[in-house]
Design a protein around this ligand. Structure first.
Ligand code: CMX
Length: 135
């Protein structure tokens, strides 16, 4: 079951630059930075109501976010849906024949368990499933 939009991921060249808008101009609280080394990104979370904006900056020229910006420019990178049980959600999607990038969950920012659906199955939008212990 999808509970809500957990966060919207936005690919930026520089979190330091982009945070000016989110923190200083829009006045959103800043939940700090976290490096997800395995995915070669630094993330910055800004809560908005009961969801969050996640800025993503690449830590390497060959990282997925750097490649995304090279191809499409800065912009919305993914939408993450919070699910109750990510293992059950993935099994259900597999049973329905939905193409996945991740067959099993991996570690996301903030200790979440995450998995990506293939953009081919979602009309070109990268969709992430996300399970958090604090749900
Ligand atoms: N939006 C739309 N399409 C995308 C996409 C995006 N953000 N990222 C990749 N794609 C497309 C690619 O263009 C490619 O399409 P084609 O097959 O037509 O060329 C296809 O999806 C597969 O992409 P890929 O890069 O070849 O596949 P990988 O398995 O190597 O990587 C992915 C896919 C999505 C995991 C990776 O690109 C990515 O974005 N990883 C970073 C994830 C991230 O943001 N991590 C931080 C998360 C922290 C958190 O949210 O908790």
């Amino acid at each position: 079951k999808v509970l809500k939009v957990d966060h919207i991921g936005i690919a930026v060249k520089s979190i330091d630059q982009a945070q000016k808008l989110y923190r200083e101009i829009l006045g959103l609280p800043d939940h700090g930075r976290e490096t997800v080394a395995e995915q070669k990104v630094i993330t910055a979370f800004f809560p908005v109501g009961d969801t969050e904006v996640e800025l993503l900056e690449s830590t390497a020229a060959d990282g997925p976010v750097a490649k995304f910006i090279e191809k499409k420019g800065e912009g919305v990178h993914h939408i993450a849906f919070r699910v109750e049980n990510i293992d059950a959600a993935l099994e259900e999607l597999k049973a329905q024949g939905v193409q996945l990038i991740d067959q099993t969950p991996r570690q996301g920012a903030g200790g979440a368990r995450i998995a990506f659906l293939h953009p081919k199955a979602t009309g070109g939008v990268l969709v992430e499933l996300c399970e958090r212990k604090d749900a």
